[in-house]
Write a protein that binds this ligand. Structure first.
Ligand SMILES: Cc1cc2ncn([C@H]3O[C@H](COP(=O)(O)O)[C@@H](O)[C@H]3O)c2cc1C
Ligand SMILES: O=C(O)c1cccnc1
Length: 346
């Protein structure tokens, strides 16, 4: 999976967009980060001016995490299958945002610890098409997955990315669902950034001070247990099948030259891993929003990405990225539709 050389976004489209931005009938720099975002969009689309993404597709990778039984979440793992059902009927947080912004949502069960009985069999077969296993192992005690399971999940994510691109995606989003998943996401970021769990661990679904201290300890134990490993080893030690699939999805999107809008701590952790699996992948990523999770903020800094929105959101599901889709479209619209000062004879 690592041998595919990644093509960077277009330098010539970027240069043309920078020149166009500088010439727009606005005061210099007046579009702020919207201007920078338009330049990024031109580079990843390989065209100037860029087009507003019309076929945004989000995939939610669902899975349960063994560590959730050890006091790191404010909610029980039974919420995971309940939310998968909720995505399927279009009533989750991300569903409402996606409907508002014309974003297609697909949910996949990579490692949910439940049979999802009662779901229509044809729908269930699609949702479980890439199922790797049930809940991962508790990461402070054992590896989450085997290396074979990581490879299977990475390949699944890559296949899903190719399918979404074949369906016409011009912007992809990786969403998450799985009680306890902020713990492995934080552990992955701690391992990759070499920062202590105390600096990175957040309250996830809203744990209290006592649970936060325990979560910090378990994240640090997991990171110390696993030690120095490459991205596949880290996904086996600290991740989960859902996280590995998300990393495979984002790495493949970058290899295929399709941009990705990052969401919260889980999505950004997987984006960081994707950039290790496919060096240079991060050039194809933009940050949809800033989460309340400290690990997400540190990881975005490491990736050199500035989030578009800062709404205090901490939902996951891809919701912060979907909420940022109108901003991306706005960036394309200004770069494409605003007159040039030279057109005004100035
Ligand atoms: C009803 C509900 C809906 C959610 N949608 C996303 N998450 C988010 O919260 C969980 C991660 O936080 P922690 O690590 O603290 O468990 C994940 O399921 C994530 O997708 C939800 C959580 C709940 C309870
Ligand atoms: O940063 C996130 O996306 C997040 C935060 C808390 C819980 N679930 C997700």
């Amino acid at each position: 999976m690592n041998d595919h050389t990644l093509t960077p976004p277009s330098a010539s489209a970027r240069a043309a967009a920078e020149e166009r931005l500088a010439g727009l009938a606005t005061p210099s720099g007046a579009l702020g980060r919207l201007g920078e975002l338009g330049v990024w969009l031109a580079a990843v689309q390989g065209q100037c001016p860029p087009a507003p993404p019309a076929h945004v597709r989000a995939v939610i990778f669902a899975g349960d995490h063994g560590v959730a039984a050890h006091g790191v979440s404010a909610y029980p793992s039974a919420v995971t299958p309940a939310m998968v059902r909720t995505f399927l009927i279009g009533r989750a947080g991300v569903s409402a945002l996606a409907a508002a912004h014309g974003v297609h949502v697909r949910v996949l069960d990579l490692a949910v610890d439940d049979d999802l009985e009662g779901v229509d069999p044809a729908v269930l077969a699609e949702v479980q098409r890439f199922k790797v296993r049930r809940s991962s192992e508790p990461i402070h005690l054992a590896d989450a997955l085997t290396t074979e399971q990581v490879e299977q999940a990475l390949a699944a994510g890559a296949t899903v990315a190719r399918e979404e691109i074949a369906a016409g995606a011009d912007l992809l989003i990786s969403g998450d669902m799985g009680i306890g998943n902020t713990t492995p996401a934080t552990a992955l970021i701690a391992a990759l950034l070499g920062l202590p769990a105390t600096d990175l661990t957040g309250r996830g679904t809203g744990i209290d001070d006592t649970a936060l201290v325990l979560k910090q300890q378990l994240v640090q134990e997991a990171v110390d247990r696993v030690g120095d490993r490459g991205p596949v080893g880290l996904l086996a030690g600290l991740g989960g099948a859902d996280l590995a699939a998300s990393a495979g999805f984002m790495a493949e999107a970058a290899r295929q030259g399709v941009p990705v809008l990052l969401d919260g701590v889980i999505s950004v952790a997987c984006g960081l891993v994707a950039d290790r699996l496919a060096p240079g992948a991060a050039a194809w990523f933009a940050a949809g929003h800033r989460s309340t999770e400290p690990a997400q903020v540190f990881a975005l800094e490491k990736l050199g990405l500035v989030p578009m929105l800062d709404l205090g959101m901490r939902l996951g599901e891809g919701s912060g990225a979907v909420a940022a889709v109108p901003v991306v479209r706005s960036a394309a619209a200004v770069l494409r539709d605003v007159a040039l000062l030279s057109d005004l004879g100035i």
